[in-house]
Design a protein around this ligand. Structure first.
Ligand SMILES: [Zn+2]
Length: 135
């Protein structure tokens, strides 16, 4: 039991540290200019830490689920359940929910509303624009 509490506290500290110190933005977003399915999750957690839950849900509706699921996956070394079939069903449901929420967010918010904004200054759109000017 003591080990489980120690693991939980360590996991929370690691995740909190990641939220604060690795908030450099999304690599996919800086490369493509298009938000990824996880874009907004850091801003959601930062808003939740300020007890601004409206902004947290606006930044990423799945914020309350993401960290517990990641911690569970980390703890169980990638397997949520001992039964392989249950594990595949649960993982499939997670993938469908995250992609579904992403598609809805892209449909409703892209390209003007944070966190689903298009960045024309990202690497690929910038290179594309330069090539269009040349050709
Ligand atoms: Zn992203």
């Amino acid at each position: 039991m003591k080990t489980a509490i120690r693991k939980a506290v360590t996991g929370l500290l690691v995740i909190t540290g990641l939220v604060f110190f690795l908030d450099r933005g999304c690599v996919f977003y800086h490369l493509t200019g298009v938000p990824c399915p996880g874009c907004g999750i850091t801003r959601a957690y930062l808003a939740a830490m300020r007890l601004d839950f409206v902004t947290a849900f606006r930044m990423h509706p799945l914020w309350p689920v993401t960290v517990p699921v990641l911690m569970w996956a980390f703890w169980k070394k990638g397997s949520f359940f001992a039964d392989r079939r249950k594990n595949m069903i649960f993982t499939g449901i997670l993938v469908v929910v995250y992609i579904g929420v992403y598609l809805i967010r892209m449909w409703v918010l892209f390209p003007d509303t944070p966190p689903m904004q298009f960045d024309a200054g990202a690497l690929i759109p910038s290179v594309y624009q330069k090539l269009r000017e040349i050709i």
